[in-house]
Each structure stands twice: as structure tokens, then as C-alpha cells.
Design a protein around this ligand. Structure first.
Ligand code: FES
Length: 105
């Protein structure tokens, strides 16, 4: 209850500026290291399910490789067309050097 976090990786496995995908309970979750901080978002674009992990992460924005929509990895908010709907974000805890991902926020 409220503690359903899963260890997915060590921080060193996701260097700054990179994204790695993990499957947790059937969800594809993209773990992003944006400016040294870890965030977790759904690995699908709200426009047409593009694989966000294959896009570009710059600052705290990730760009969909398919049609160029951008999302804020901190909030899931869509920042530009063609996406208008936000994407889910997940709780993340850094426990020492370990990354733990929790439920959707
Ligand atoms: S699927 Fe991501 S912008 Fe179209």
C-alpha cells in the first residue's frame, strides 16, 4: 500500500541525457535522466503511440521520434503539436544509487 515501488536500475545505468525503458506490471515505462534527476514517463506518445524512448531528451523535454511532439518529463505535459494530451508520469525514488519506480502519479 503506497509502497509498491520496483527497483529498475542503478543510476549509473541511465546516464544524464539518456532514456531506458523498463516493463513494470505490463506497462512500458521510460526512465529519463534529465539534468541529473530521474523521471519516469509512459513510453508512448499521446499523439499516436510513438516510442518516446527513441526520441531526443534535451533539458527536461523529450521529443517524439515520429512527428516531433514534445513532452515535459517532469509533468507529462504536452508542449507542442501534434500532441495535445499529456502522458502519464510515474513516481520515482532514488534510494542511494538505485532507481525505484512506483505507481502513476
Ligand atoms: S506519435 Fe508522437 S508525435 Fe506523432
Amino acid at each position: 500500500m503506497g509502497n509498491d515501488f520496483t527497483k529498475v536500475a542503478n543510476v549509473s545505468d541511465v546516464p544524464e541525457g539518456t532514456v531506458k525503458v523498463f516493463e513494470i506490471n505490463g506497462d512500458q515505462i521510460a526512465v529519463c535522466n534529465a539534468e541529473g534527476k530521474i523521471y519516469a514517463i509512459a513510453d508512448f506518445c499521446s499523439h499516436d503511440n510513438g516510442p518516446l524512448d527513441q526520441g531526443t531528451l534535451e533539458d527536461c523535454q523529450i521529443e517524439c521520434p515520429r512527428h516531433g511532439a514534445r513532452f515535459d518529463v517532469r509533468t507529462g505535459q504536452a508542449l507542442c503539436l501534434p500532441a495535445v494530451m499529456p502522458i502519464p508520469t510515474y513516481k520515482v525514488e532514488q534510494r542511494g544509487q538505485e532507481i525505484w519506480v512506483g505507481p502513476k502519479q
